[in-house]
Ligand binder design. Structure first.
Ligand code: ADP
Ligand code: MG
Length: 326
């Protein structure tokens, strides 16, 4: 097999809870692992649902009985910049590794507030790991707070798990504004890869209308300099399937729990569709700006134009507000 990396780093983000972030993080990651990709899941949610879903123990330290525990958790990586990120990794399946959460992570948000480089803590911790994986999936908490901002600062792509409901669309507007702020102030390479439709009911007219609205919204952005200009609604949608709701309590992915279930088929197909996309890490389109002619007609370097990326320009603007809108 070819050497892994550098990893696509994908934040699963939606400030609404219960939309399918964790289910998608775990089962998309497991689907990519089955395709032979080397995958790391980072559980950034103090609820530690992804950690539990994978049958591991939350909480750095010896851990309890049953699951496997790393000596460290994502909490240690966020708060101790000297911590060795390798020490936090647990191998949960072939090709599938995890940096677990712990409930102390709830306190991390407050403690981080006082730390230097508080937005870039996770980015700094994950940087040395990117060469060892093909994909790093970050399960963000259901908020737009400092933990999620750390997830966005570390990522190069955002995936938005959501349900096709009208009110969910409203939330996506706010989410995209946050991504825009993070790109402008902290992470100029950040793009939105798209939406994963979770618990989807393809028969519902309402759901069909919401999907059509979403696609029209993304299409209208193709020529704009926004992080979602290449975003898509991924296919297939993930159907509502009770096996997906059952498998976390067994500490198993859908592929281990019910490999023939619709949920397994959908996440397998989603993993294939996702793997077939090119990592959308490309910076926003280049703008060419003519240089004023130098006296004597020639530009000093012989160039006639200079290339300015909007991202580079936005780096010169003041950083985003310290606290994300919530
Ligand atoms: P989030 O991480 O956004 O809070 P979860 O992934 O935990 O959302 O999903 C919320 C609940 O819905 C969980 O109980 C999960 O098992 C269940 N669930 C998620 N996707 C599906 C699905 N496609 N079919 C049935 N239940 C699902
Ligand atoms: Mg979750």
């Amino acid at each position: 097999p070819s050497p892994p990396g550098p990893a696509r780093i994908i934040a699963q983000m939606n400030q609404k809870g219960g939309v399918g972030k964790t289910t998608t993080t775990v089962n998309l990651a497991a689907g990519l692992a089955l395709l032979g990709r080397r995958v790391l899941i980072v559980d950034l949610d103090p609820q530690a649902h992804a950690t539990l879903h994978l049958g591991a123990d939350p909480g750095g330290g010896a851990g309890g009985e049953g699951g496997s525990a790393a000596a460290r958790s994502v909490y240690d990586l966020l708060l101790d910049s000297d911590d060795n990120p390798q020490a936090a990794i647990i191998q949960v399946a072939p090709n599938l590794a995890l940096i677990p959460s712990e409930t102390d992570l709830a306190a991390a948000e407050a403690e981080l507030g006082a730390a230097d480089e508080r937005h870039r803590r996770l980015a700094r911790a994950l940087a040395p790991l990117a060469a060892s994986f093909d994909a790093i999936l970050i399960d963000c908490p259901p908020s737009l707070g400092l933990l999620t901002i750390n997830g966005l600062a570390a990522a190069n792509e955002v995936l938005i798990p959501m349900q096709a409901h009208f009110l969910a669309l409203q939330g996506v507007g706010k989410l995209l504004e946050t991504v825009k702020l993070v790109r402008a102030g902290i992470n100029p390479g950040l793009t939105v890869s798209g939406v994963v439709l979770c618990m989807h009911d393809a028969q519902s007219t309402h759901a069909q209308e919401v999907v059509a609205d979403l696609e029209a919204f993304f299409d209208a952005a193709r020529t704009q300099d926004v992080p979602w200009r290449s975003a898509r609604v991924f296919r297939p949608p993930i159907r509502r399937n009770i096996k997906l709701a059952e498998c976390p309590s067994f500490g198993k992915t859908i592929f281990d729990y019910a490999p023939g279930a619709p949920g397994a088929l959908d996440y397998r197909a989603l993993a294939e569709a996702f793997a077939a996309t090119t990592p959308s890490t490309a910076p926003s389109p280049l703008m060419t700006v003519p240089l004023p002619a130098a006296p004597g007609g020639q530009c000093p370097s012989g160039q006639t134009e200079v290339i300015i990326t909007p991202a580079a320009q936005s780096l010169n603007t003041p950083p985003a507000p310290a606290e994300a809108p919530s």
